[in-house]
Design a protein around this ligand. Structure first.
Ligand code: SF4
Ligand code: SF4
Length: 387
């Protein structure tokens, strides 16, 4: 399994030694079974997403009201995650796809064309809350070769059928102002709300497709690697910090996917200069407290088993990143806050900047970002007190 024609459009560099990723090696799974990652503090970190175990403190951004919002923003995803956990051990949306569906319609609805179906789907996705929408062909390279069995701490077989020809990828934007308060527990609310919105949109979209008489599986962080699918679905490009960078929201969004056999038209991958911009930028590298982000050129170096094998790219050290999260008792998005693409693109000046960043004048764009944009951390009270 290696290079495919789509790689010419995305720029993915997949080598002959490529191996599909096992979900068991995902850092959040390893924190549950791997003694080198698992600790008392990591247990407290996960527990902290539920009051009153949040371990709030007096420091700015980590008070009870900050955790109160952070944890409330995750609440919908937590309810869905635990809906079948007791009987089956499934953690839906995180380790397993969502099963909260009705049977739908027994016969497939006849669209005039895949183009019409795609238009309808995008309309429904946006109606249900998606900020971004794209479609790509199913690509088994990015499907986890095995899932994680939370009860046993072992691998288990993949569940989503491998014959579904399309993946719908959606993006939910994260609040720009909240990302300016990173690091803080409060800023985690932007992530949590992104996922909660994601889960509502994904379930609605999958049920709509089932109601039309087709197969559909709604998936959030489970089942497959989201960033390569999002790139193939035309949502954006992968940045040095390993996050998706989009034209509309920069790196500030959460992804979700629906695997389906509804005949659709695939989107075209788009490149708007991110790769070459990251070549000359190291903001995320220098700002990352534990130095988890790769400097230099893309390579196929793996820091540890939580990295994909056989793809040349910028690879983040998930172990050091996660350790930092655990130590500060909340997730971190400093790499999002400092990224020059993290802007409000409703403003024409920022759209102009994005255009400049995609040209040979990218160094000027970086310099302008340096001079004109205040990317320092804002206090949580700044967010709370804003009108
Ligand atoms: S989330 Fe924080 S610790 Fe992790 S890579 Fe980004 S800046 Fe570094
Ligand atoms: S901070 Fe700079 S190097 Fe890092 S992802 Fe953003 S643009 Fe790329």
């Amino acid at each position: 399994m290696s290079r495919k024609p789509i790689d010419d459009l995305t720029g993915f560099d997949v080598g002959p030694d490529f191996e599909r990723f096992s979900q068991r090696d995902d850092i959040f799974c390893r924190a549950l079974w791997d003694e080198s990652v698992k600790s008392r503090r990591s247990k407290e970190f996960f527990g902290g997403y539920f009051m009153p175990r949040a371990r709030s403190r007096r420091s700015e951004g980590f008070s009870q009201r900050d955790y109160a919002l952070r944890n409330a923003s995750w609440h919908v995803t937590n309810v869905l995650r635990d809906s079948h956990r007791q009987e089956t051990g499934r953690k839906e949306g995180f380790f397993d796809y969502f099963t909260a569906h009705e049977a739908g319609w027994p016969e497939p609805y006849a669209f005039d064309s895949p183009e019409q179906a795609t238009r309808d789907l995008e309309k429904v996705a946006r109606f249900a809350g998606a900020d971004l929408f794209g479609v790509c062909a199913g690509d088994e390279r990015w499907m986890y070769r095995e899932l994680f069995d939370d009860r046993m701490g072992t691998g288990k077989p993949a569940e989503v059928p491998g014959d579904l020809p399309h993946v719908i990828v959606i993006g939910e934007s994260m609040d720009l102002d909240l990302t300016r308060t990173v690091p803080s527990a409060l800023s985690g609310s932007a992530t949590g709300m992104g996922y909660s919105n994601d889960s509502v949109t994904l379930l609605t979209l999958a049920q709509y497709i089932r109601n039309l008489g087709y197969r559909a599986y709604a998936s959030m962080n489970d089942t497959a690697l989201a960033v390569p699918l999002a790139v193939q679905a035309g949502l954006g490009e992968a940045g040095r910090h390993s996050l998706l960078i989009t034209r509309e929201f920069g790196p500030r969004l959460r992804l979700g996917k629906v695997f389906t056999d509804l005949p659709l038209v695939n989107s075209r991958p788009q490149q708007f200069g991110v790769n070459r911009f990251c070549d000359i930028c190291d903001r995320c590298v220098t700002a990352c407290p534990p130095k988890a982000i790769a400097a230099g050129a893309p390579s196929n170096h793996r820091h540890n088993r939580s990295n994909l094998k056989g793809v040349s790219k910028w690879t983040t050290n998930a172990e050091t990143c996660f350790k930092f999260w655990v130590n500060q008792n909340s997730d971190c998005s400093i790499c999002i806050r400092v990224c020059p693409y993290n802007r409000d693109y409703r403003r024409w000046a920022n759209r102009l900047w994005r255009w400049l960043a995609g040209t040979r004048l990218r160094r000027l764009a970086l310099w302008l970002d340096d001079r004109l944009v205040d990317r320092r951390r804002q206090k949580a009270s700044w967010w709370w007190d804003r009108p």
